[in-house]
Design a protein. Structure first.
Length: 284
DNA sequence: CGGCGCACCTGAGTGC
DNA sequence: TGCACTCAGGTGCGCC
């Protein structure tokens, strides 16, 4: 489920239920996620500690404990987090369960097990977080996310701009759906080589990205006000997507048909009229 | 280093 | 009703 907006809405939804509560007990399904869940380390690091806050970096959630340790959660493709009473029956594909001091539980459910659970012990957290932060790309809501920096990053990349936007090492939080939407809003063909965009075009991409992500967060925040008792959480917000999944539908801008292609193996939707490929003569 | 292809896993949908 | 096949929103690895 997760691109930046879904993860951010999850963070905001969980925060009031977690902040200030101690973790009393840890349960794991025993099945590995992307990596095996570090069950013993998890117990050692977070049991009897109080969750102080929940941060987000890229598509990761960071649950910070009062002793300095950190629980890192990535939702993968199908991961969901929810708050349940301890007596509520566990769901199929629940893989991690943290019992809190108020008889509620934070549960991580992930059908495809592409998610990731890691923990940084207090004595290593600073070093490990530094390493982690260094691997993440620019945050779309940071000051660094602007035309100048994007143009500089893209300078030596002949990748399609869509793949570039989705590269988590360069830019955080943009997955396939929003990459499609951002490029439609920017009027840029997804196959355009990243290094062929001008700085003003990158500036436009940056502005469209912020607008679209904020709109999605708002849509998610209004439809999902509480994480209590529901495992069917986020999922993609039904904001009116302009192009994603809309093959052969009318472009909301010009009315011509939306096309679908595969770029780096990912479904890619665009309007060939509103997003002309640069350098093609006769197309404006 | 840059970029591509693939693997990781389950379930939903489609066509025969 | 069943089976085989395709596809799905992310990430990271190996390979060129």
């Amino acid at each position: 489920m997760p691109e930046l907006p879904e993860v951010e809405v999850t963070r905001r939804g969980l925060l009031p239920h977690l902040s200030g509560h101690a973790v009393m007990e840890v349960w794991c399904s025993g099945k590995p996620l992307r990596q095996p869940v570090p069950e013993q380390l998890l117990r050692q690091c977070i049991c009897d500690n109080v969750i102080t806050t929940v941060d987000r970096r890229a598509k990761y959630l960071l649950l910070r404990l009062d002793d300095g340790s950190v629980l890192l959660i990535h939702l993968g493709m199908t991961g969901k987090l929810g708050i349940f009473h301890k007596t509520a029956e566990k769901a199929k594909h629940d893989h991690l369960c943290l019992r809190l001091d108020n008889d509620m539980e934070l549960r991580f459910n992930d059908v495809r097990r592409f998610g990731c659970i890691a923990v940084w012990s207090a004595d290593q957290a600073t070093a490990l977080e530094e390493k982690f932060q260094g691997r993440q790309g620019i945050e779309p809501f940071s000051q660094d996310f602007n035309g100048e920096n994007l143009a500089r990053l893209a300078k030596r990349s002949g990748q399609p701009v869509k793949s570039f936007l989705m590269d988590a090492g360069r830019i955080s939080g943009i997955g396939n759906i929003y990459a499609n939407e951002i490029l439609f809003a920017s009027g840029i063909h997804p196959r355009t080589e990243a290094n062929s965009l001008s700085e003003p075009q990158w500036q436009r991409v940056a502005e469209c990205t912020v607008l679209i992500l904020k709109k999605a967060i708002k849509a998610g925040g209004s439809t999902i006000s509480d994480f209590l008792g529901s495992s069917g959480k986020p999922g993609y917000f039904q904001l009116q997507l302009a192009v994603y999944g809309k093959k052969d539908a009318a472009c909301p801008n010009c009315g011509l048909s939306i096309e679908k292609e595969s770029i780096s193996g990912r479904a890619t939707f665009f309007c060939p009229h509103c997003q002309p490929l640069l350098g093609i003569i006769g197309v404006t």
